[in-house]
Design a protein. Structure first.
Lengths: 293, 228
């Protein structure tokens, strides 16, 4: 099924089709034009349902602020992780990698906080009780063993990329906020790539800058067939409703496309690495909750 | 660091095969659906050799398709004629990136079907494919450009399904960009010309800016223009 072709054909006979499946014409598209400020109570971290938006509903300013606070929640977590890592004497060897990442995450916190404030929202604060980067004992040596620290960093970055990706639809059409979200998302992907490259090139870990899933499987909620990190404890970070080993994009079966190797097929490695996949709000919350005290 | 457009090596590239005239042989996709025999008005090719990408979401998808064609062609050449002394690990990386870009290109071609623009002819005369510095500098430029392009056009996409696809691809381009940055200079994965040191955001560019650069790597006969 050629998804694009079908939508195009429907539009010819029903010009309002796009509006009904994604009615943003009357939505606030560019929030810099939003006039009156609305006081929005701080959105508690755990209320995943508040962010949930039925497909096709217009993104209100509340929804937009919700997305930004969700992102800010994650950035607080990442900033705290790198702040603590770099603050742990003798832990980090590669400050040329970790310091720029720390700078970026802290900058993201500042940036998102200011955007939310400018929209009349209340930015979430860092978790008052702090964070547990052992994830409830899953990574007990996260701040005593540098390789563990890097492994957790890698997963946090990969997860951050997927988390932002999952929010894009809610921000569709919003020039200011969507562009900012996509821009932050790209930086998180740069971080993920760099941590992976560092682990591979300097520490001999069998990993690539991109997520290369071992097996195509149609559905892989658990992430066992998608996870390329070698750390089974983080399978879930690579799974979900749209797991990283997804090989159908927009109705096109990537595995049957021509590649350099074959005129009629593309390898699973290429097909899965060439596309990163989103995580839903609730999937992300489930994955990061163990880090929140 | 000089941008790709400023770099002038003055060297002749090693091969000038026209393998890039890609006739789409063997593209098989379960998603191919002939969108009727209707004439798509966005397929205009003016006598001056400018190809219009089209308008709306189709124009944007063609924009992505054009950039992926450029990247696929570049890496195909890189791997076909590796620079002097290319270590095997770099060959592996660049081959993987090539395969990703070819995948992206073939995906857009399959998904766009009859709405796809033609195959573009590239002009890599500025690039010295025998030189690691030249190749990696241009690789970084192409990847960085692609990231800024996707980030800068995302808000114009009307259909969230297409936005999701663009989102799935841009992070992979960013992974590429970071790797190339690291290969050129270890630790240079968020170079200050691409990522702001004040807010941590990646640069984003509008289509006109991106195409002004992209067109310098396309032949006079296949210059690309956007109207969205």
């Amino acid at each position: 099924m050629n998804l694009f072709g079908i939508i195009e054909e429907i539009e010819k006979i029903d010009p309002d089709f796009q509006d009904r499946i994604n009615p943003r014409r009357d939505a606030i598209k560019n929030i810099t034009s939003f006039g009156s400020k609305v006081a929005v109570a701080a959105l508690p971290f755990a209320l995943g349902s508040i962010f949930k938006k039925a497909y096709g509903a217009a993104a209100s300013t509340t929804d937009v602020i919700g997305v930004l606070n969700f992102a800010l929640t994650l950035e607080h977590l990442e900033a705290a992780f790198y702040n603590q890592g770099l603050g742990t004497s003798g832990l980090v060897t590669d400050s040329s990698y970790i310091t720029p990442i720390q700078t970026d995450e802290n900058n993201h916190v500042t940036f998102l906080t200011s955007v939310i404030t400018s929209l009349g929202g209340t930015p979430v604060a860092a978790n008052a009780a702090g964070y547990d980067f052992t994830a409830g004992g899953t990574f007990p040596t996260v701040f005593s063993n540098y390789q563990t620290f890097l492994a957790v960093a890698e997963t946090l970055e990969d997860t951050g990329v997927r988390a932002y990706k999952g929010q894009a639809g809610t921000l569709a059409g919003n020039q200011t906020v969507l562009t900012a979200a996509l821009s932050i998302h790209a930086v998180e992907a740069r971080h993920a790539s760099a941590i992976r490259y560092l682990r591979m090139s300097k520490y001999g870990v069998s990993i690539y800058p991109w997520i290369t899933s071992p097996t195509a499987s149609g559905s892989d909620v658990s992430g066992a067939n998608s996870n390329d990190t070698g750390i089974t404890a983080v399978n879930g970070n690579y799974g979900g409703a749209t797991a990283e080993n997804t090989t159908v994009q927009g109705g096109v079966n990537i595995l049957t496309l021509a590649s350099v190797e074959s005129s009629s097929s593309t390898s699973v490695a290429t097909a899965t690495a060439a596309f990163d996949e989103p995580l839903t709000t609730n999937e992300v919350l489930a994955l990061v909750t163990p880090f929140i005290k | 660091m000089k941008t790709a457009s400023e770099l002038n090596t003055g060297n002749v590239n090693l091969h000038r095969r026209s393998f890039l005239r890609y006739a789409g042989a063997g593209i098989a996709g379960a998603g191919l659906l002939a969108v009727g025999a209707s004439c798509h008005k966005d397929h205009n090719v003016t006598p001056s050799g400018t190809i219009s990408l089209g308008t709306g979401d189709i124009g944007i998808l063609n924009y992505a398709y054009a950039l992926e064609q450029l990247e696929a062609a570049f890496y195909t050449q890189v791997v076909a004629t590796p620079y002097s002394g290319m270590p095997s690990v770099e060959l592996t990386f660049l081959t993987d990136i090539r395969d990703h870009e070819v995948c992206h290109r073939n995906f857009f071609k399959a998904a766009l079907g009859a709405s796809a623009i033609q195959s573009l002819s590239v002009n890599f005369s500025k690039i010295d494919f025998t030189s690691r510095t030249s190749v990696l500098t241009y690789a970084k430029a192409f990847e960085d450009l692609g990231v800024t392009a996707y980030d800068g056009v995302g808000y114009k996409i009307q259909n969230v399904a297409y936005l999701a696809i663009a989102g799935s691809i841009v992070s992979v381009e960013a992974r590429h960009a970071a790797l190339i940055g690291n290969l050129l200079q270890n630790g240079n994965f968020v170079s200050s010309d691409q990522v702001s040191t004040s807010n941590g955001l990646n640069v984003s560019n509008d289509p006109a800016t991106v195409l002004a650069t992209a067109n310098t790597f396309l032949s006079a006969q296949t210059q690309v223009s956007a109207n969205f």
